[in-house]
Structures are given as structure tokens and as C-alpha cells.
Design a protein around this ligand. Structure first.
Ligand code: FHN
Length: 418
């Protein structure tokens, strides 16, 4: 049984392990106020999450009307960036539904916009062959089964599972996840975000998803392992493994733990015009490489504006990443962790018999690569597909490289091995 389930999981996750790079989208009426999604309800007023009272936050849908929303443009931008899947917030912790759920009035079709934003994105993604998943928050500040909603969310935001109403909330979750999996086509991922809550009866939802769409992936944030783990805003120091691993070591393939880092371009998941601490394109590309070098996926977030557009600071970075991916994508897509970890000056990814050397710090003179056991038969610079001279002796590989780094972000050399 174990083998069968491992084989089924292997098959189900094959597209995910190929895709490597996705777009996360945090969008809702909170974008009007340039505050973080949901957290201003759950924590005392703060600079980090924004200063807005619960009544003001809950009134935002009354004036949410993203008339410039063009989901086809979002999908085209993701494709141009080299992103091969998208994950859209169907419902964040605030409980507001960005899809036309029949089980709540607190939803996008009850705003001046009136249209089902999720359904529109589904159609645009389908037209471009883009895989689309839904982020869904088990925490729900709006539902009286999740918490006593006569109180402010800040007092009971973690939920009240000991109340008799809790089972009503789980039924509501079941109804909504069923809507998402029966009315919006093929759903690539249900991206749970349960904030570590332990009372969501995960087996019930694992079973529901397997019954409705067996190919839908799930993550580890509803209380069960799911298909993959989800480090957030950081890259693990060692390759995630189901068995203990020494720093710098690589796991046996069967011990590898599938994973995905999610990250913001600035510091806010939702749109925030005041957050201008944007990561540079080089930082983002090197994070993508760092993630891939440890076998992970990179889910890079955008928080669209209240008008429904993606701000230029995000778009220009995504397009620049896409330009890099046009030349170097083979060193990311469908790869797994490389054999050389902790090189310092470079990272490695691997695909079949080819090892990709992503060089961050370009050398003066030859490029010395220690510790490579495999016999190299060809070294090729991906930029311009230029074959490079090399010699290999005593576990050291020396590659004759151009004087200047071919790519300021990261230059990739494909090492074909025997
Ligand atoms: O609280 C959320 C946060 O708003 C955001 O959605 C991230 C994205 O993964 N998840 C939670 C924080 O861990």
C-alpha cells in the first residue's frame, strides 16, 4: 500500500516538480487601504500590518470595484516571468470570498464589481494553459462557527474549536472547498493556510479533495502532511529531507521532502503602496536558484492594486526574471537538487546526467570547482551556448571561462557528465 501511494504521489506531483516557479496572488478589498491581508483584524493596530479598525476593514468591500482587472494580463505576465502555475487567494483569514460562494454574503459578487474574480482568472489561465490553484484559509474571521463574531477578531482570531458551533464551521469549509473543486475546472492546488491550527479534521478534507479532484495537490497547512511543505519568506539551509541530514549533504531521492518557498517581492502579501522595500531582480533570481538548488519550488507573490493591476515595480522584476529564464530555464525547470551544496560562489541543480553550475561570483582566471565526483564530458555556457575548455583531475574541475561574467544576475554552465 505504501509503495502504491508513493507512486501515486510521484505521478500527481510530476507537473509541480517540473514547473518549479509560480505566481502567488494575494488580492481582496484590503488592497484599497494598503494594509496587509486580514492581519489588521487579528492584531492590534501596527505599522507592520496597517492602521485600520475592524469596522473600517469590514466596510472595504462596499467600495471595492477593480474596473481595470484584466486576468488575461496577469496570466500573460506570469508566463512572461517564466512562472508555470498560479495560486490565487479564494478566501483569506478575513473570510471574504473572492469567488461567488453560495454560502456567504461576504463575497466579491456583493461588491460594486459584482463579477466572480476567481472564475475570470480560471478562464484566463485555461486559455493560456496555465495551471491555477486556490489559496484557502481555514481561519475565517467572518464565520460565527469559527469564532464568536460578537467580539472583535483580535480577541479570538485563532478560532474557538471547543464551541459547539465549530462543527458548523467545518461543514461550511467542506461546502466551500466543494464549490472550488466542482465549479472552477481543474484545480492544480488547494493551498491551505491554517496558521498551525490543529482542529480542522484534515483527514476529512484530504478525503474530500481526493474524491472530487484526485490530481489536486495540497500543502501541509491544514494539519496533515499534504504533498509538500511550505517554508515562508526564507529558503531552508539544508535540503528538506524525511530523514536527518548533515549540513551540505544531499538526501537519497526517496528521502527528499517536496517543498515550496513562498515569498513577497516587497514585505507585504497584499497591495501596499507604502511598502517600497522591493527585492532586486538579482536577489529574486538568486533566490529562485537557491530554492531550485535544494530541489524546491518558488512561489513569488504579487499583491494587485485595488484597481486590479499589478504594480510596475513588480511587473518589471517579473519580466526581467523571465528574460533570465529564457536563457537559463533549462537549469531550473524539471531539475532537482544539485550534488554540490555550500559551494559559496555558485549553486548546482541537476537534471539526468547534466549538472548546472549557477555562478554568482565570477572568477578571475579559471573557474575551479571542487568535489565533483562525476566525469565531465562537456562544459557549455548556457548564454550563447558556448562550449568551454576544461580539465578534471583529483576531484577538481577547472573550466576556462570568459574574463567577464556573461550574466550579472547569475551565469550558468551546463556540465554534461558520463
Ligand atoms: O497569514 C498569512 C499571510 O497573510 C500570508 O497569506 C502567508 C502566505 O503564505 N501565509 C500566512 C502567514 O504564514
Amino acid at each position: 500500500m505504501l509503495l502504491a501511494s508513493a507512486a501515486i504521489a510521484e505521478d500527481r506531483t510530476a507537473w509541480f516538480r517540473e514547473a518549479k516557479f509560480g505566481m502567488f496572488i494575494h488580492w481582496g478589498p484590503y488592497s484599497l487601504a494598503s494594509v496587509e491581508a486580514s492581519w489588521p483584524l487579528m492584531t492590534p493596530p501596527s505599522k507592520r500590518f496597517g492602521f485600520i479598525s475592524e469596522p473600517e476593514y469590514r466596510a472595504l468591500p462596499e467600495r471595492f470595484n477593480p474596473v481595470q482587472y484584466d486576468p488575461a494580463a496577469w496570466v500573460k505576465l506570469a508566463k512572461a516571468a517564466g512562472q508555470r502555475y498560479m495560486v490565487f487567494t479564494s478566501k483569506h483569514h478575513d473570510g471574504f470570498c473572492m469567488f461567488d460562494s453560495q454560502f456567504t454574503r461576504y463575497k466579491i459578487t456583493n461588491t460594486p464589481y459584482k463579477k466572480d474574480t476567481a472564475a475570470m482568472l480560471v478562464e484566463a489561465a485555461r486559455n493560456e494553459g496555465m495551471k491555477l490553484g486556490f489559496y484557502y484559509s481555514p481561519p475565517d474571521m467572518d464565520h460565527p462557527g469559527y469564532r464568536d463574531t460578537t467580539k472583535l477578531s483580535v480577541t479570538n482570531w485563532r478560532g474557538e474549536p471547543t464551541r459547539p458551533e465549530w462543527s458548523m464551521y467545518l461543514d461550511y469549509m467542506q461546502l466551500q472547498v466543494t464549490e472550488l473543486l466542482t465549479r472552477y475546472g481543474d484545480v492544480a492546488i488547494i493551498w491551505w493556510d491554517g496558521l498551525g491550527g490543529k482542529s480542522y479534521d484534515p483527514t476529512r478534507f484530504d478525503r474530500l479533495i481526493r474524491e472530487l479532484q484526485p490530481k489536486t495537490l495540497t500543502n501541509n497547512r491544514v494539519g496533515s502532511p499534504g504533498d509538500y511543505i511550505t517554508p515562508e519568506q526564507f529558503v531552508p539551509k539544508t535540503i528538506p529531507s524525511k530523514k536527518p541530514l548533515a549540513p551540505g549533504a544531499v538526501p537519497a531521492p526517496e528521502d527528499f521532502q517536496l517543498w515550496e518557498t513562498c515569498m513577497t517581492i516587497n514585505g507585504t502579501w497584499g497591495y501596499n503602496k507604502n511598502d517600497t522595500k522591493y527585492k532586486s531582480t538579482t536577489q529574486l533570481i538568486r533566490t529562485l536558484i537557491e530554492v531550485a538548488s535544494k530541489g524546491g519550488n518558488f512561489l513569488l507573490n504579487v499583491g494587485p492594486t485595488p484597481e486590479g493591476t499589478i504594480q510596475p515595480e513588480f511587473a518589471e522584476r517579473l519580466l526581467a526574471i523571465g528574460e533570465w529564464m529564457k536563457v537559463n530555464g533549462e537549469a531550473i525547470y524539471g531539475t532537482t537538487y544539485g550534488p554540490l551544496q555550500n559551494l559559496g560562489f555558485a549553486r548546482t541543480t541537476a537534471k539526468g546526467k547534466t549538472i548546472y553550475l549557477h555562478v554568482f561570483d565570477w572568477p578571475k582566471g579559471e573557474l575551479e570547482v571542487p568535489g565533483l565526483g562525476a566525469r565531465v564530458v562537456e562544459a557549455r555556457l548556457l548564454k550563447g551556448s558556448v562550449k568551454l575548455g576544461f580539465r578534471q583531475a583529483g576531484g577538481k574541475l577547472s573550466i576556462q571561462v570568459p574574463a567577464a561574467a556573461p550574466d550579472a544576475h547569475a551565469s550558468v554552465i551546463a556540465l554534461k557528465t558520463r
